[in-house]
Write a protein that binds this ligand. Structure first.
Ligand code: IPM
Ligand code: MG
Length: 372
């Protein structure tokens, strides 16, 4: 298959982790005889510095002309601590999502056998957890009208949803549940918010069209607690934009590190793949950023084009790296010797040579390997 992939490394650790994902995709192309062309473009704080715009026109044009987008991370502390700035890095990502119509954000959350003890949650509570979060991505409070009074003392953000916006992601969530555990949980705040009551109404109506799927409902405050208490009860979680943002970071605790969580942002015409983590500016160029979320986002990219065997091969390599403890310090507190790049190298190597890399790296966790 021939694919044109736009690569938007963005800010902070974005470039470091994206480099590993590209490396891995190149190995897949070689191994499975595909032709992937990568073209880079600027976004976020980096683009503000260069072009005065977090989403320069040429970046948007490249994304529109590409088959898929691989995205790194966005954000810079300089903007976080100065609310008066009108141009902000995050606008680049938000505009991109809106302009490309990326309304469905899919975030898989999995408890890997080999990272069960890295989570602060109890092993027996999280073992076997496998959740797919369907987060609405182009509506709600993120995109509603924003107001700031002239004296600067009153502000508001409108949370608005139309039936159409709810319907399209709801169908995707139910379809996903068909090939999973056949359960959808709608997370909302229908006891307080009018917009949540519309979600309940529309999702309930659509649920009738999927009689084989069990639909249940949780208020977001309770859902936040249930995710920690008993995450295994969930299969597909369907929710609006901001609740999805919050509970997906929370859910990453189950896997032991936010550095493991990938995502796909899907629309009618376009698709973007990005780790759910931020730009982690404290870690820039230290080689400690976990590239796995970015690499697993590349696997989701392959799944999107029905290259499932290829995607599974990446996942197998990732699981092997976790099993052998070839991980960055977020998952490996006693070992600062394995860098972002080396995790990428191992996964790349495993893809072209599963048997060999197995042998070469087996003793890494014991500090006995001289290979890396
Ligand atoms: C995410 C991020 C973004 C969001 C930020 C960077 C705008 O937190 O993708 O989860 O809030 O959607
Ligand atoms: Mg977030």
């Amino acid at each position: 298959m021939k694919l044109n992939i736009a690569v938007l490394p963005g800010d902070g650790i974005g470039p470091e982790v994206i480099e590993q994902a590209v490396k891995v995709l190149k190995a897949i192309a070689l191994e499975f005889n595909h032709s992937f062309n990568f073209k880079k473009a600027s976004v976020g704080a980096t683009a503000i510095n260069e072009f005065g715009n977090p989403l320069p026109e040429q970046t948007l044009d490249l994304c529109k002309a590409s088959d898929a987008i691989l995205f790194g991370a966005i954000g810079h502390p300089k903007y976080d601590n100065d609310p008066s700035l009108e141009v902000r890095p995050e606008q680049g990502l938000l505009h991109l999502r809106k302009a490309l119509g990326l309304f469905a954000n899919v975030r898989p959350v999995k408890a890997y056998e080999s990272t069960l003890d890295k989570s602060p949650l109890r092993r027996e509570n999280i073992k076997g957890t496998d959740i797919s979060i369907y987060r609405e991505l182009t509506g709600g409070i993120y995109f509603g009208e924003k107001k700031l009074s002239e004296d600067g003392d009153l502000a508001s953000d409108l949370c608005e949803y139309s039936r159409h916006e709810i319907e399209r992601i709801t169908h995707l969530a139910f379809k996903a549940a068909q090939s999973r555990q056949k359960k959808v949980t709608l997370v909302d705040k229908a006891n307080v918010l009018e917009s949540s009551r519309l979600w309940r109404k529309v999702v309930t109506e659509i649920g009738i069209q999927y009689p084989e799927i069990t639909l249940n409902y949780l208020f977001v405050d309770n859902a936040a607690m249930q995710l920690i208490l008993n995450p295994k009860q969930f299969d597909v979680i369907l929710t609006e934009n901001m609740f999805g943002d919050i509970i997906s970071d929370e859910a990453s605790v189950i896997g032991g590190s936010i550095g493991l969580l990938a995502s796909a942002s899907l629309g009618e015409k376009h698709a973007l793949f990005e780790p759910i983590h931020g730009s982690f500016p404290e870690a820039i160029n230290k080689g400690i950023a976990n590239p796995i979320a970015s690499i697993l986002s590349a696997a989701m990219l392959l799944d999107h084009f029905q290259l499932n065997q290829e995607a599974n091969h990446i996942r197998e390599a990732v699981e092997k790296s976790l099993e052998l403890n070839i991980t960055t310090p977020d998952l490996n507190e006693n070992n600062f010797d394995i860098s972002t790049n080396q995790v990428g190298d191992f996964i790349e190597d495993f893809i072209s040579n599963p048997e060999d890399s197995n042998v070469n790296f087996t003793n890494v966790s014991l500090g006995q390997s001289t290979i890396i």
